[in-house]
Each structure stands twice: as structure tokens, then as C-alpha cells.
Design a protein around this ligand. Structure first.
Ligand code: PLP
Length: 393
């Protein structure tokens, strides 16, 4: 049996999406900027797709800027606002639990002389609104807070966060790559100025995403060339990708079914395996995310043994899973390094079945037992790691 429980990393492209895309490779392959009929057909598909995507977050179509994915959208938001508002200030506020696509540009800007504040989170992964209020100064130009966390699934109250930013006259950006279509988002009601999303997390194609930029937001473009995308991002539009993204948005439903299976998986693990801990908030979490620390085992070993049994999961975010450092998100919520190393993320999709979850729990029980039987870290045996001891086993 093959069980794919790594939908936070990427998803399978649905059949309906593949069918919607194909004509735009084979027949309507024009450049949306061309003046002939081929171009007009592409342009028509582009604007129709833009409208569908805008509607999903209650934006106006002109406010959607297509990009190559979540990483580009995050980079454009952070750097574009920083460079576009340098005269106003040089201070950016973000959190300790952001995706590297936010942390990376923030670090670069810091090296260029910008000031960056990283907000703490509590043990469930929520930022503290009082800390945010305190940190905003007259030099602050942007606050960027992830909506649904890619590792622990915690969903922040972005409406409250955005309200604070609006009151202080500071732009608010949210990385909604994991939450888009899974959580209700209304950019107007919620006062969101910028929002990143990506197609390959919702059964759409890879290499396509968007940045929502509220009308009137002062942002500097990062890619120069033609005047595509409202002159905010140059490059011939990826029409098949955009058409597929819009189709995926229309299809990404069945949230109740996913949530039910998520809770079933959590319940069974907690009931049938000892010494486990759910990471992230139990209630305000992404419908498809389960992140569990298994004491006395090593996450990578667990992952490989599950892989041998046909089950795909991840340790930490896809990008950091090849590093030996414990996940910065798990450390930020206060996990000891050895517990962070023993954490596994299971991310479900609308294609996940109960049979797959039953099989996963059955194999997981066997693997955890196998690894714990071998582990010198078993209960009572020198379990406590020393401070700063990253890889004690
Ligand atoms: C929260 C978050 N932001 C950004 C990204 C990057 O998106 P993309 O893979 O489309 O570049 C990811 C992907 O894992 C993510 O989970």
C-alpha cells in the first residue's frame, strides 16, 4: 500500500486540473500579450482565472499578481515593501516561526541595514498581540505573520493582527501558502494588505502562485522586463499554470472530511502509542495537519522505516528536513531539541482515506516499538539531554 501523507510539502495534481491545463499547452498556446487571436485566447483564460482566484479571498482581480510560487510571493512582499518604503522607515516585524521564504529575505535586508524584529510565540505557536503592539514604532513599515504554520499547523488570528497594523498605519502581509482555500480569508474584511499563496499545495501545478497586493500599497517591483501583471512582475504569464491554479481553487473542498480524518489520526495515535505529544494548537490548526513528537525515537529513522512500508511523511518543513538542526518552529514553541528531533508531520488531503490512516497507525505502532526497543533513550535511561546538545543520539 502507498500512502501519501506529505501534502504540506506538495500535492498530487488532480485529474480535473490536468484536463483543464492540457488545451493551453496544445491548442491555446499564445502569449497573453500578443495582439492576434492566439494571444486573445490566452489573455481571456488569464483574466478569467484571475477573477476566480480573486473571488476566493474577496480581492479585486487587479490586486492579484501571478508569480512562480509561494517563495517568490514572499520575497516580493518583504523586499518590495522594504525597498518601496525606505523613506518612511527601515523596521520590519515578523515571527520566529516563518517559512524560510520569509526568513531569508528578512536576513538579507538585515545585512543591508534594515532592522528586523522576530516575535516570540507561545507553546501552541501563537504570537502575543501585546508584544506586537509594543514593537511597532514610527520606523516600522511592515508586519509579516504566517497564517497557517507549515510545520505545526497553528492558525493565527490574522484579523486581529491586521487590525493592530491598520491602526498603527503599518502594512500587513501574511504567508497563506498553507491556509489558502483551507481557511476562510476575506482580505477586505480582515484588512490584509498583502497575501502569498501557491498552487502546488492545493492539487494545482507547481511553479505558480500569487501575491495579493491591495490597491494603493506602495511596493517596488523585483523582476524587470515587460509591463506584465499590472507592472508589478515582469515575465510572460504561465497560462497553463494559472488555468490549473484557478481550477484547483474551485475544487479544493471536502474540508470537513479531511478534518474528520485528521482528528481520527490524532485520537488513535494518542490512544494507542505512549509518550507522544501533539504539537501546535488542538483546535485552531490547519484541517490537514498533524504534528506529533514521539519520545525516545529519532524522526528521520521513523520517516525511513515508514517509507519502507510505503508511507510518506516528513520531519519539519520540506526545506529544512535535510538539515541536522532541529526545526526552528519546534524550538520556538519550546520543545527540547531531542523532542524536536523526534517529531513527524503527517499532512492529509482530500484524497486521503480512512483505510490509509488505519494502515498508517498500524505500521506506526510497529515502527515506534521497534525503534524504542533499540533506543538507549528508553524511559529511565539517561533521557535528559544537556542544554545545547543538538544531536545527543
Ligand atoms: C508556509 C509556506 N510558505 C512558502 C512556501 C514556499 O512555497 P513554494 O513552494 O510555492 O515556493 C511554502 C512551501 O513549503 C510554505 O509552506
Amino acid at each position: 500500500m502507498k500512502v501519501y501523507l506529505d501534502n504540506g510539502a506538495t500535492t498530487k495534481v488532480s485529474d480535473e486540473v490536468v484536463r483543464a491545463i492540457l488545451p493551453y499547452y496544445k491548442k491555446h498556446y499564445g502569449n497573453a500579450s500578443s495582439l492576434h487571436d492566439f494571444g486573445a485566447k490566452a489573455k481571456e483564460a488569464l483574466e478569467k482565472s484571475r477573477k476566480i482566484i480573486a473571488q476566493e479571498i474577496n480581492a479585486d482581480p487587479e490586486e492579484i499578481v501571478f508569480t512562480s510560487g509561494g517563495s517568490e510571493s514572499d520575497n516580493l512582499a518583504i523586499k518590495g515593501i522594504a525597498y518601496g518604503n525606505k523613506k518612511k522607515g527601515n523596521h520590519i516585524i515578523t515571527t520566529k516561526i516563518e517559512h524560510p521564504a520569509i526568513l531569508g529575505p528578512c536576513k538579507e535586508l538585515f545585512l543591508e541595514g534594515f532592522k528586523v524584529t522576530y516575535l516570540d510565540v507561545d507553546k501552541n505557536g501563537f504570537i502575543k498581540l501585546n508584544q506586537l503592539k509594543k514593537e511597532i514604532s514610527d520606523k516600522t513599515i511592515l508586519v509579516s505573520v504566517i497564517h497557517g504554520n507549515n510545520e505545526i499547523g497553528t492558525v493565527q488570528d490574522i484579523e486581529k493582527i491586521a487590525k493592530i497594523c491598520k491602526k498603527k498605519g503599518v502594512y500587513f502581509h501574511t504567508d497563506a501558502v498553507q491556509s489558502f482555500t483551507k481557511e476562510k480569508i476575506d482580505v477586505k474584511k480582515m484588512n490584509i494588505d498583502l497575501l502569498s499563496a501557491s498552487s502546488h499545495k492545493i492539487h494545482g501545478p507547481k511553479g505558480i502562485g500569487f501575491l495579493y497586493i491591495r490597491k494603493g500599497v506602495n511596493i517596488k517591483k523585483m523582476l524587470y522586463g515587460g509591463r506584465h501583471e499590472n507592472d508589478k512582475r515582469a515575465g510572460t504569464e504561465n497560462i497553463p499554470g494559472i488555468v490549473g491554479f484557478a481550477k484547483a481553487v474551485q475544487l479544493d473542498k471536502k474540508l470537513k472530511q479531511i478534518k474528520k480524518l485528521r482528528d481520527y489520526l490524532i485520537k488513535r495515535i494518542e490512544k494507542e502509542i505512549s509518550d507522544v505529544k501533539l504539537n501546535g494548537d488542538r483546535n485552531k490548526r490547519l484541517v490537514n495537519n498533524v504534528n506529533i513528537s514521539f519520545k525516545y525515537v529519532e524522526g528521520e529513522a521513523l520517516l525511513m522505516h515508514l517509507n519502507d512500508r510505503g508511507i510518506a511523511v516528513s520531519t519539519g518543513s520540506a526545506c529544512s528536513s535535510q538539515s541536522l538542526e532541529p526545526s526552528h518552529v519546534l524550538v520556538a514553541i519550546g520543545l527540547k531539541h531531542e523532542d524536536a528531533h523526534g517529531s513527524i508531520r503527517f499532512t492529509l488531503s482530500r484524497y486521503t482515506t480512512k483505510q490509509e490512516i488505519d494502515y498508517t497507525v498500524r505500521e506506526l505502532k510497529k515502527v515506534v516499538k521497534l525503534l524504542r526497543d533499540m533506543s538507549p533513550w528508553k524511559k529511565g535511561i539517561n533521557y535528559e539531554a544537556k542544554e545545547g546538545d543538538h544531536h545527543g543520539y
